[in-house]
Design a protein around this ligand. Sequence first.
Ligand code: SF4
Length: 275
Amino acid sequence: MKLSISQSLLKDWDDYSKGLGCGLWFKARHIDKIKTKPTPAMLKGLRFEYLCTGALLRDGSIPPELLTKTGNISKTDNQKVEKQAERFKEAIEFYGVEILETSKIIEWECDDYKRKGVLDILAKIHKMPEFKENPNVYMKPFEAIIDIKSTGLLDNKFEQFGWALENLPFRNKLTEQPVDYKSIYRENGIKDIPFYWFVHSNTNDIDSRIIEARVGDARIDEQIFKVKSAVKAIESELFLEFKAHPTVKRCFNCPLFKNCKEKITVPKVNIVEIY
Ligand code: SF4
């Protein structure tokens, strides 16, 4: 079987190899490809994307309206995403963004594995200012990737999913995406195109930010090396068997919880040596 390497697999592999994720769940998700329900955070993102671009779920259905914890339609949350989708539309009009394709798949394949990325939007940008000092001079129209994000951490400097600009270059889980897409272009021998995040807050209906991710050549080469190393390590783990790394929190949130023999519901004893 040929491994299919996506950026979500790479993130989960990174967690597993550092002991921060469970191997049984990794295998179920990325090797056996079991189907799971989207989490509330994922549903929020999918609903927002639908309101922005009309992108449907994989089964062709419309992402449902957002619900409260008790299962009722959340008027407040729905109003926030609707307002933020209006802001997205205002921004793409301002920058003359022409949406060429949504959910576009980019791929690369060799004898041992294949790689895949799904672009939220492949766009042509017609009105990007060339110089900050002179916003009326536009760059020539160009193709770009646009990724739409909805987050509660727009200004957060400390969390691994925090979007504060000053620490963003160190947020590997966020930067993995443009790096991965650009490395797929590189593997295909095609010049990569600019990548923009359009990031919107989901805690209010005002804050949003547009960020261009400029990725250095060395980082792209590093990503290709990382993919090759991950493929070798995953193949060896498939041979030796993936290991469970249960924690109470991880197991309670795990879709395999009901039938998993390795789950724990009481914390293990940790040992700390104090000298
Ligand atoms: S229930 Fe726990 S041990 Fe089992 S797969 Fe999930 S995280 Fe791993």
